[in-house]
Design a binder for this molecule. Structure first.
Ligand SMILES: [Zn+2]
Ligand SMILES: [Zn+2]
Length: 381
């Protein structure tokens, strides 16, 4: 990114933190949290402790960070080195990223660029730049309505399980648009606060159906049709068993237990268990395990800007109606001239843009900021 583009981003981020500070959501129990921030073109600064919302806003205005973060954990002394902080508990966090869902649209909008010569193309990155043999290749992933809707479906699956299987209340669960290509789900509840890393690992196993034993659901090897049917009918289904029955109820006619018993006796145990495994893969929730089990991580602060998009990490009140490309862009439509190396089609604030390739254009400021933050455009003089 050139100096002029960097100044453009800094100036607009500063405007945001100055005039839109009511968007910033300070965390509960702020004095027990660790804060950190990423300055533009410098490394992360961590282990900060803040006493109040006022101190947080002052930090944002003073530093105008590219990114600002806050711990999911509560500590006795958040400003001390990690081993000395005194862990008290953590919120439970889930990260659902459109980039990780492998939607077919990825090949249409993901791209790589050689940082040495600027050569770029769609699709998966090569080892070496075919133009200059440089190894310095950056992948630029993108998101569209299709993959963001897929991410939304994963959020809905997660909410259902957290409420139905874990007994959490909807009021204890906050959903945020991550500011870039996905959603963060944050659970604040005394039920899970003191759960250690192993406990959180088990939650992820459960959500992703890892180690799910189908014999425990009644599908026992070597039984006759009438034995299977009797076993399935007598089971008191909950959790994944109940979810499986619900899936069959919604997708097939007739009694789901009979349907499953018929399938098992017709296809044989091996084929049936493989089909069931594929189905559970489909029904499981696609979350980033590392994010959920890491108690020392700091997360983007709600209401702050994402440096790779210029969009707000925003609380989602109604997921059905939430539009990540409409409700999250705070900048105005003043004309700005930029040089775009490339961009797939994208939509912001109800307007369609692109695709672009090697062109200089004057576009509304919010679209320019998005492209510059993405690293695919530079501000022209
Ligand atoms: Zn190159
Ligand atoms: Zn997509």
């Amino acid at each position: 990114m050139n100096e002029r583009s960097l100044e453009f981003l800094k100036k607009e981020f500063k405007w945001y933190y100055y005039y839109k500070d009511d968007e910033i959501e300070e965390p509960k129990r702020i004095e027990e949290r660790e804060f950190g921030y990423m300055p533009f073109s410098k490394g992360m600064i961590r282990h900060l402790s803040l006493k109040s919302r006022g101190e947080l806003i002052a930090l944002l205005l003073r530093e105008v960070p590219a990114g600002v973060y806050c711990s999911c954990s509560y500590y006795l002394s958040p400003h001390l080195p990690m081993g000395e902080k005194g862990w008290k508990g953590s919120d439970l966090i889930f990260d659902i990223d459109a980039d990780g869902l492998n939607s077919p649209c990825k090949t249409e909008h993901d791209r790589w660029i050689c940082k040495n010569c600027g050569f770029n193309a769609f699709g998966k990155r090569p080892e070496l730049c075919p133009n200059c043999n440089s190894l310095k290749i950056e992948e630029i992933s993108w998101s569209c309505d299709l993959c963001m809707n897929k991410a939304k479906e994963e959020v809905l699956k997660l909410l259902e399980i957290l409420e139905e299987d874990f007994g959490l209340s909807r009021k204890e669960i906050q959903i945020y648009f991550s500011g870039n290509m996905g959603y963060h789900i944050q659970v604040q509840s005394p039920l899970i606060e003191e759960l250690n890393q192993d406990g959180r690992n088990e939650i992820v196993d459960y959500l992703s159906c890892k180690g799910l034993n189908i014999e425990k659901l009644g599908f026992v090897r070597g039984l006759r049709y009438d034995e299977i049917l009797q076993r399935l009918s007598n089971l008191d289904y909950y959790g994944w068993g109940r979810r499986l029955l619900k899936f069959f109820e919604n997708n097939y006619n007739g009694n789901p237990t009979i349907k499953l018993a018929e399938m098992l006796s017709k296809e044989g145990y091996k084929k049936f268990s493989k089909a069931l495994k594929d189905l559970f893969d489909q029904l499981s929730v696609k979350i980033d395990r590392e994010v959920t089990i890491d108690l020392h991580r700091i997360f983007r602060l709600p209401g702050s800007l994402h440096q790779r998009s210029g969009l707000i990490k925003k609380k989602v009140n109604d997921l059905d109606y939430f539009d990540p490309y409409d409700d999250t862009c705070p900048f105005n439509d003043e004309p700005v001239k930029i040089r775009i190396s490339f961009s797939p089609k994208f939509r912001l604030k109800g307007k369609e843009f692109g695709p672009y390739k090697n062109e200089t254009l004057t576009l509304p400021k919010y679209a320019c900021l998005f492209l510059v933050a993405r690293g695919v455009a530079e501000v022209e003089g």
